[in-house]
Design a protein around this ligand. Structure first.
Ligand SMILES: [Zn+2]
Length: 76
């Protein structure tokens, strides 16, 4: 299976953030290493690098919470 997250163009996503925000709720960060929704650090303000506060990794997907719950069958 193609890793869907690797296909996301983050800058493109950012341009569409208002659409997603209105459509599906708040933007949420998902750590692919922790396999859970996590808090992140953003070392460069306005930058596109996010670091997981749990494991320190950068394997972060950004999407709306509702979408992540559906995608990964997370508990609400
Ligand atoms: Zn993590």
């Amino acid at each position: 299976m193609t890793n869907f997250w690797d296909l996301i163009n983050i800058e493109e996503f950012w341009d569409k953030r208002l659409y997603f925000s209105e459509e599906r709720g708040e933007v949420t960060f998902y750590c692919k290493d922790c396999k859970d929704i996590v808090e992140v650090e953003r070392p460069q303000a306005g930058g596109y690098t996010f670091i997981c506060k749990v494991c320190g990794g950068k394997n972060i997907a950004i999407w709306t919470k509702q979408w992540l719950i559906e995608m990964y069958k997370l508990k609400k």
